[in-house]
Design a protein around this ligand. Sequence first.
Ligand SMILES: [Fe+2]
Length: 315
Amino acid sequence: MASEPILVDWSPRHAGLFGNHLIKLQHRLHESPLFSNDALARLIEEVPRAHYHVNTMNQTVHDPASWRDGEIGDASGHDVIEAVRTGNIWVLIQRVGEIDPAYQAVIDQIFDEFEAGVPGLKTFKQKMSILISSPKVQVYYHCDIPGQSLWQIQGRKRIYIYPNTAPFLRQEAMERIILNEADEQDTPYEPWFDDYADVIDLEPGQMLHWPINGPHRVVNHDCLNVSFTTEHWTTPLRNRYANHYANGVLRRSLGVKNVGIAESGPALWGKLALAAAHRYSGMQKKNRMTYKVDFRVDPAAPMGMRDIEAYELAK
Ligand SMILES: [Fe+2]
């Protein structure tokens, strides 16, 4: 596969669009054996606990409180896929490149192609997460901190992408996510936001890349969905992150209200230093996320899952 490009229809216009505007492209990875059901089943059986989440949620309305965490237990990979096909769950396998070098090779090729197509683009800390999700499952409105792309492998989903500015995304909401005070899904959402969204149906062999931090939500069509996300960092993205981080610290510890974004120079260096000092001071450790795990995947159960005695998982 390395001899063939992954991206089918990249053209010079995408160099200027990348990172700033919505891009929809064709890719070949839906035909790769690495994303067949057999390969996914094997991955599910090999994935360490720290690398996955299984979730369920209310399928019909935006209800973040209905979001629950579960575990795979000892179900076989194919049984898990079957439970996803007939149930109401979502399996997320994170940092796939660390599990199997064959996926790392795909990540490397994707970002080699992006960097070849966008003059000056230099990415780092690239990651892939594979999502196997039930018919009609929703991913609620949220924003991600690094650069994001979504690649469709199997099934169809509808993606709503919103402007990355207020009122759709407020600076305070970003700071809460960056300081680990809130989950990405705590980004405030109103149904009328949809009037301002780009709405795209994604089919196997299509991918989307959207502007940095752009809030989005996803609704699966009535079929099993397999897709993956890639995330990446660049120096400008890292600087933007440090700005939000430092601004969040300034607001909280010094009560500074009007904090701005420093793009360069001493103001940026100050923000970078403050963010780094705070992170290394250990204060951040207190904010490690814990999850209450209270169901197990079960293909024989009605929603592909059954309740278990709840326990806490720290990640
Ligand atoms: Fe996302």
